[in-house]
Design a protein around this ligand. Structure first.
Ligand code: F6R
Length: 242
């Protein structure tokens, strides 16, 4: 794993956007795996700026998001589809039909998981997967204890994850209890992974990744088995590293 240090959240976001924009510029066709949440927001802001300033085109880009809340339609302001539209897709020239997010309001959620996994395979997989981590080490919504061989599946969100995400909802009760998430095996199939980590709250999880064992108790630790991982972490996130 390659570690790139950044001063703070802004610098991490700028470096991540530069990394992604460079891949987008130099590829004829590329499939990106994308994440939501606070971590990549600054990166997306920088990508929009780059799009406006440098005419970076996204006509050749396909995207697959990691996860979506069960029960929320794509036009729900708290859905991850809505987040992606508002924070990135609406501002660049990507074809919306090339952007995929699991459908949280699908009638048959289990079938939706199977279909999503199949679609990913049919589209030849992910070239570059962008990841954040939860303070408990989750990636996507794969909470501690998720088998490393898991594919896209329905997840029961832990109380700590629901609490962490309650900041986007009007109350904790409004936070869905389930989500659809790419599995750990799905994520590991990406040909390259870019992990972003910012803030003190993530420092234990990052130290565990850098210094701890590979264990299903700490989902992010699986990245040690991947041959092409770059981590961009800010100083606060690196504080617990020995
Ligand atoms: C979101 C996702 C999650 C987040 C993680 C960190 O698509 O996959 O694993 O990356 O929960 O969230 P933030 O960035 O809000 O701290």
């Amino acid at each position: 794993m390659k570690l790139i240090e950044a001063k703070d959240y802004e610098e991490m976001s700028a470096k991540a956007a530069e990394y992604l924009a460079n891949k987008i510029h130099t590829s004829k066709k590329i499939t990106l795996g994308l994440a939501t949440g606070g971590t990549p927001e600054g990166t997306y802001r920088n990508l929009i700026e780059d799009y406006m300033q440098n005419d970076t085109s996204y006509r050749h880009v396909t995207t697959f998001n990691l996860d979506e809340y069960v029960g929320l339609a794509g036009d729900h302001p708290n859905s991850y589809r809505y987040f992606m539209n508002k924070k990135l897709f609406d501002h660049i020239d990507i074809q919306k039909s090339n952007t995929y997010v699991p459908r949280g309001n699908a009638r048959d959620i289990k079938q939706e998981c199977l279909d999503y996994e199949k679609l990913l395979e049919d589209k030849s997989g992910i070239d570059l997967q962008l990841l954040g981590i939860g303070s408990n080490g989750h990636i996507g919504f794969n909470e501690p204890g998720t088998p490393f061989d898991s594919k896209t599946h329905v997840v029961e969100l832990t109380p700590s994850t629901r609490e962490a995400n309650a900041r986007y909802f009007s109350s904790l009760e409004q936070v869905p209890t389930k989500a659809i998430s790419m599995g750990i095996a799905t994520i590991m199939k990406a040909r390259e992974i870019l992990l972003l980590v910012s803030g003190e709250k993530k420092s234990e999880a990052l130290a565990q990744l850098l210094e701890g064992d590979i264990t299903e108790k700490n989902p992010v630790s699986v990245l040690k088995k991947h041959l092409n991982v770059t981590i961009i972490a800010d100083h606060a996130a690196l504080a617990a590293k020995k």
